[in-house]
Structures are given as C-alpha cells and as structure tokens.
Ligand binder design. Structure first.
Ligand code: SD4
Length: 334
C-alpha cells in the first residue's frame, strides 16, 4: 500500500516540479551541438554511442574516439565518455562542479557494466575522487564485488591510486549557500541530471552512469545511478538501458533491468521504454506526485529510444553515418 503524502510535502513536490521544469534544469554547455529536430532513425548500423542530456554530446565524442582507438571492450569507451562531464565544472550534476548534499559535501555515484558477461561495478557516496566512473571500472575489474559505498569505496579508490580532488566548485558552494539561506530548505526534487552512456560495437554493449545525484540530498542518500538494474543495465542478448531523473522511482521499478527484459521478450527499444515509463508514472501518480524520469534504451537491432515524463529531455547519439546529433526526448503522452 502506498503511503499518502502529507499536504506540505505534496505542495512542495508540485511546486518544485513545476518551477524547475518550467525553467529547465539543463546546465549551460558551451558545446556547439548539431540539434536534430526529430527522433533518431529507426535503427543505426554499426558502432554507436548514446547518452543522456546535451552534455552527452561531448561525452559521446570522447567515447567514440575511444571506440575507434580499439578499447578492449565498449564499456571502457562508455567510461571514457563519462569522464568528460565528471571533469567539466559547467555540468552541475556530475563530478566536479556537481551539487553537494545537505551538509555541503559532494557524494558521487557511478556504475559500469558489460553486456557480454554481465561483469559490472559501482560506487555510491564516494567522496573526494575526480572520476567515480573509473573507480567503478576498477570495482568491476579488480574485486569480486559489484558495489562499494562510502568510506570503503574511498579506501579502495585510494589503494588503486585514483586522482583525489576537492569536488566542490566555487559555483557549487555558492548554490549551496543560497539554498541554505532559504527559509524552507527541501531538496529540489528535479534538480539533477545524470549522464548515462550506452556503447554498442559489433553486438557488444557497454554502459556507464555517473552523477552527483539529487542536489542537497540527505547525507548517505544513494540514488539509482550506482545500482545495477536501476540506473543502468545491459545484456548483449537483449539490449541496454540507462536512466536519469528521480532515482527513487528507478530503484522502485528496477527500471533499467525492466526495460532490458521487455526487449528480451521481443519489444523494440521504444516499445520497452514506453511500457516501463508508463508503469513508473502510473505508480508515482498513485502516490500523488509528479516528477522527471527519463529512460534511454538501445535494442540489439540498433533501435534507439529516449522517453521522458516531462518535455525537457534530450539525448545525444553518435555514429559513423551521422556524427554527433542531439535529439529531443519523446514526452510520454499524458
Ligand atoms: C539520482 N538519477 O541520483 C539520479 C539523478 C539524475 O537526472 O539522474 N538526475 O536520482
């Protein structure tokens, strides 16, 4: 049974959703993008990189070069792409320059997965490291585990020699200070944009997700992004999916896994993503809330779909025939 929201919280969720979506939560990005007006072609041939949001354009370009240079598996190309927004202070929801938790501390989440053998790795609540996605790769490649959290994740990252960095940019500190001075200080529910990348090369899927998560979240809060099956999943036999938006909804529905399983049952990327997103929205509406959830999926035939509960979603696609193109997400019909 779903827990009814108290009227205060209900008002807050409605208010923040409307305000933030109206203003678009997308961070400024200096990249010149080739903006497609419509959905991508029905299917792509050959190598492919897709990722969430407009900052996915620069990430895709890096992932594409990595694919071209012959990485051992496309997951390493996905991670190479993810490192771009992790290092970019203009991206206010990923890595350096992302948003801190309610105590002003940066806690980052990331995961990676490969579709041939389902090897995967993740870190949650990682503090003080520049590239959580690289630490996630090391969890996959150098431990028998799939997810390390908090202090242990940090100790592991240090033991592997990962770059340490103060992740709170001056701009992020200013945003935090502004948020702190507000009388009511709920965390803004739609103030977060994760990058999730899917790479496909010769039938082999790779996937990477990285984020600073929900801005001003409770310390210790973990979203969907480091959780295999929630924020991302891939399987060469079925397809791949990454998610962005309110992670609690993705965790509840094991969203990325659900989309991949629908593709395994024969649905296209678009049919699968729409089916799962509709289920997620039905469920959160039943809890009297509204929020942003977007699913980006690729099927084994090279079909790509990006669907969202709101109108502001965009996704980036890079392939041989078209180069890099930014596509508008499809808004799920009301
Ligand atoms: C989270 N899903 O931590 C992430 C944030 C996000 O678009 O994707 N925002 O809930």
């Amino acid at each position: 049974m779903s827990r009814p929201l108290d009227p205060e919280r209900r008002r807050f969720l409605r208010g923040t959703g409307a305000a933030l979506l109206g203003a678009s939560a997308l961070p400024a990005c200096s990249l010149v993008t080739q903006r497609g007006n419509s959905s991508p072609p029905e299917r792509f041939e050959g190598r492919l990189v897709v990722s969430t949001w407009n900052f996915g354009m620069a990430a895709n370009a890096a992932a594409w070069s990595a694919l071209q240079s012959g990485v051992p598996h496309p997951v390493y190309a996905a991670a190479a792409g993810a490192r771009v927004p992790e290092a970019d202070p203009a991206v206010t929801s990923v890595g350096y320059g992302g948003s801190p938790n309610a105590k002003g501390v940066m806690e980052l989440d990331a995961c990676v997965m490969r579709g041939d053998n389902l090897a995967c790795g993740g870190v949650a609540g990682l503090r003080g490291f520049a590239h959580p996605v690289s630490v996630a790769l090391d969890v996959m490649d150098h431990t028998p585990h799939v997810l390390l959290v908090g202090e242990g994740a940090g100790e592991f990252a240090a033991s592997r020699g990962h770059e340490q960095r103060d992740l709170l940019s001056a701009e992020a500190a200013a945003r935090y200070a502004k948020w702190q001075t507000k009388q009511e200080r709920p965390a803004p529910i739609d103030d977060h944009d994760t990058i999730g990348l899917i790479t496909l090369d010769n039938g082999h899927f790779g996937m990477a997700v990285t984020t600073s998560g929900w801005a001003f979240k409770l310390p210790g809060r973990v979203g969907d992004s480091p959780i295999i099956g929630a924020g991302g999943y891939c399987d060469n036999e079925a397809g791949a999916c990454v998610a962005t938006g309110t992670g609690e909804e993705m965790i509840r529905h094991v969203a990325a896994f659900a989309v991949v399983e629908q593709m395994r049952n024969g649905l296209s990327a678009k049919q699968a993503a729409v089916a799962v997103l509709a289920r997620i929205r039905r469920n959160f509406r039943a809890r009297d809330m509204n929020t942003m959830v977007a699913l980006l999926a690729v099927d084994t035939s090279g079909g790509v779909a990006g669907v969202c509960t709101t109108k502001n979603f965009e996704f980036a696609v890079h392939d041989e025939d078209h180069g890099g193109v930014l596509h508008p997400g499809e808004h799920l019909a009301p």
